[in-house]
Design a protein. Sequence first.
Length: 94
Amino acid sequence: MSDSDEIFLQNLAKALRAARIQSKMTQNEAAERAGVTREYWAHVESQGRNLTFVTARKMAVAVGVTLAELIILAENSKFQADGKRKRRGPPLQR
């Protein structure tokens, strides 16, 4: 996997975490809604696991965003360690 792929997956994980935090959900609640285990969810958020589109879509929908929104955030945003976006811009819409 290339460095740019690794960076994208890390940003996707951070975007997912930011959406979950904004939705005021725990990892367990979000995982249950997405139909994955909490351990899987945590692994995705912490290590930017390489997801299938189907699983990424389920996880995005679970926290109230579309897969497209999640990808756009991953491609265009910088994140802080707490998962919040650094750049100014509109919040995620639901």
